[in-house]
Design a binder for this molecule. Structure first.
Ligand code: SF4
Length: 405
């Protein structure tokens, strides 16, 4: 068997993904701890200039032959920016990197910020996937989450996206909201499915430090649903989504088949879960290439000033880099398992582990695997060549991952 002895260096010909961070929002939702800001609109033009410059500078230092298979505009609220600014950034990526013909090009959209013709202009420029933050179909729940949109806005966004020619749409929903019942969750899910999205992401509401939600909980103004209540909603979702013909391919993600029989999974996120390289641009973005993990400074003015300084850094970092982490082989093996086991359908492959690290998965994690198998949290499949979470394991995913770190 051919083994890649350079376990920490992926062949540079492996296509990369590109993540572009847009850290602007109309207002901050009560539960959100993402790197995003409200009231900073005046920085938008300078920020997009800086983004374009960062992309250009990093591309000059990139290894020969690098190609891009997915581009993801995330945030924040990318749809808060005008189509012309978004298209300018996309154009910059295309003119500095070799973007593959069938690349997936996604944009996150908040239904409360979709200007007329935005989707048409994005589609014309080559965007081919939208991820729409629906969160709930229940007005009371949207209000609790302090979302700026209504359920009608969600429906209109999907209609506009279809009209513009988008054939790959994701809807994000949140469960485990205080006051949510199995019935209101069922209604939200049914409403989402009635819009016939190709992809659905279902996230459990978590209380993040420093958020208004955290204060409300600490002050006793609200109480969060118990783990058992949240698990009941998640289990219901798994059954309902399967019944509706969606494949659960990741703990929080479901995809439908296209007319050719291919599952429309998010190819960009698959890159993360398959532990493959990606470049990040923008304030607070992260990148991972070969054995290096980097992150950029968080603040918008700081990011812009750093990029203006033009100081040089080694690929994949730019002048905006805040942290550079070199991962040793042990750390990479742990991370490979942590992210790979999130893939609830394909799981992790014994052969792939051996190819990448030159050592058997069982030799490294034999004890942990045995322990988790005995508790029914993971299972072998595909003639014992692959390992994945069981249904019980999906419910306790975070605990399972801890065994590998
Ligand atoms: S719209 Fe999204 S990124 Fe912006 S504050 Fe709300 S949850 Fe956070």
């Amino acid at each position: 068997m051919q083994v890649n002895q350079r376990y920490d260096i992926l062949p540079t010909m492996i296509p990369v993904s590109i993540y572009i961070h847009i850290p602007f929002c109309v207002h901050r939702c009560a539960y959100c701890d993402f790197n995003t800001y409200a009231g900073m609109e005046k920085w938008i033009p300078a920020y997009t200039e800086a983004l374009c410059r960062e992309i250009a500078v990093v591309s000059e230092a990139a290894p020969e032959g690098i190609s891009v298979q997915t581009i993801f505009f995330g945030g924040g609220t990318p749809s808060y920016l005008s189509a012309s600014l978004l298209n300018k950034v996309l154009h910059t990526v295309r003119s500095h990197f070799q973007v593959m013909e069938k690349a997936e090009i996604s944009l996150e959209a908040n239904p409360g910020t979709v200007e007329p013709h935005l989707f048409e202009e994005l589609r014309e420029a080559g965007f081919n996937r939208l991820s729409i933050g629906m969160q709930s179909a229940i007005p009371k729940e949207l209000k609790f989450l302090t979302r700026i949109h209504t359920v009608e806005d969600v429906q209109n966004s999907v209609i506009q996206a279809r009209k513009a020619g988008f054939q790959n749409i994701n809807l994000d929903l949140i469960f485990g909201i205080p006051g949510q019942t199995i019935q209101t969750w069922k209604n939200s899910l049914e409403f989402a499915l009635s819009l016939q999205p190709e992809h659905v992401s279902l996230y459990s509401l978590t209380v993040e430090e420093g958020t208004p939600l955290n204060h409300w909980v600490e002050e006793g103004k609200i109480s969060m649903p118990s783990d058992d209540d949240a698990a009941e909603l998640y289990e219901y979702s798994m059954d309902a989504m399967a019944e509706a013909g969606y494949l659960q391919y990741e703990i929080s993600n479901w995809a439908k088949q296209d007319l050719n029989g291919d599952w429309l999974m998010c190819r960009h996120n698959l890159q993360y879960w398959r532990y493959l390289p990606y470049l990040g641009f923008g304030a607070g973005s992260h990148g991972f290439f070969e054995n290096t993990r980097i992150s950029n400074v968080l603040g918008i003015p700081e990011y812009i000033n750093r990029i203006k300084s033009l100081s040089s850094h080694q690929f994949p970092a730019s002048a905006a880099v805040d942290q550079i982490l070199i991962l040793d082989r042990q750390e990479q093996m742990k991370e490979f398992m942590m992210v790979g086991l999130r893939l609830t359908h394909e799981g992790v492959s014994l052969l792939e582990f051996y190819h990448r690290f030159g050592v058997s998965l069982l030799e490294v994690f034999g004890k942990e695997i045995e322990f988790l198998l005995a508790r029914g949290l993971i299972e072998w499949f595909n003639e014992n060549k692959r390992l994945r979470l069981t249904k019980r394991g999906k419910l306790l995913g975070n605990q399972v991952f801890l065994y590998f770190v």
